[in-house]
Unconditional design. Sequence first.
Length: 149
Amino acid sequence: MKSIILYESKAGCTKKCADYILKSHEADLGLISFFREDLNNYENIVLMTPVYMGKVNKKFKELLTRKKDLLLTKRVIIVIIGMNHEAFDSMVKQNIDKEMREHAEIIYGGGAYNLEKLNFIDRRILKSVTGVTKSSEHINYENLDKIKI
């Protein structure tokens, strides 16, 4: 069975998690925004998105909407990367429709604050909303290791 890991990453944590999953699986890897192949060629599809301010990446959301019918015929694993684990369930409900939530395996992958990779405005917003003043990383490798493709 052919597998693919598609992701979007703003500050690098989602890419780091995608690379980690790839190390232990044979799969293609690519950015959602540049992916032009046919998803019909894959049985297992891992979709990864960062979450900012409770919202998933726009390209990720567009892919879920545009390819929904096809995705519902495949094994889909959605990996959410973000630092607000407490809001995980409500964030999933808010950003992923019920049919996809019931079909896909949805995993929390942890997250990171990579302040040096954010622009000035994003750093200011992050600081004012969360109080974060320094970079930190809390990737949930245990959950990522549960992914079998």
